[in-house]
Design a protein around this ligand. Structure first.
Ligand code: CMP
Length: 136
């Protein structure tokens, strides 16, 4: 069954010139890009997106990082897209992520880990509405 998921190519992906490389992995997997936008988040949007993390110790530097420059927000769709995308990107810490995953191949950081993707149908619904409220 086709699903949609919200993906952010974080500011490190844009700064490092890896947008094409990361998008290409999703496209080659067979996922469809339903929407895509380059934008810079302000602090309020960061707090809304990361609402479940705002009280965590790691949040202040994460907020600084995620608002530090443009990112690419996009919607991907396909069969079991939420789980498929999470598997493609690998575990949060780029130092521990498996080779072959996006983070495992391209990130050496727990914070600057290139990509965010919705982790459940509930978070996908919330995040899709937050970033792309007009998507049908
Ligand atoms: P993401 O998948 O976007 O979800 C929350 C983000 O917080 C995560 O990717 C990392 O960028 C960041 N993060 C999570 N845990 C830590 C941590 N222990 N230290 C620093 N950053 C973290």
């Amino acid at each position: 069954m086709s699903e949609r998921t919200l993906v952010l190519l974080k500011p490190d992906t844009v700064r490092r010139g890896l947008v094409g490389a990361v998008l290409g992995r999703f496209e080659r997997k067979g996922l469809t890009i339903d929407a895509l936008e380059l934008r810079t988040l302000d602090g309020e949007m960061a707090d809304r997106h990361y609402a479940e993390h705002v009280e965590r110790d790691f949040y202040p530097p994460l907020r600084t990082f995620i608002t530090s420059g443009p990112l690419v927000a996009l919607v991907l769709s396909g069969d079991q897209a939420i789980e498929v995308v999470r598997t493609l990107i690998g575990v949060t810490d780029g130092r521990k992520a498996a080779p072959g995953t996006i983070r495992g191949d391209l990130s050496l950081s727990n914070r600057e880990n290139l990509v965010h993707a919705s982790d459940s149908p509930e978070s996908a619904e919330r995040e899709l509405k937050l970033f792309f409220p007009d998507l049908g």
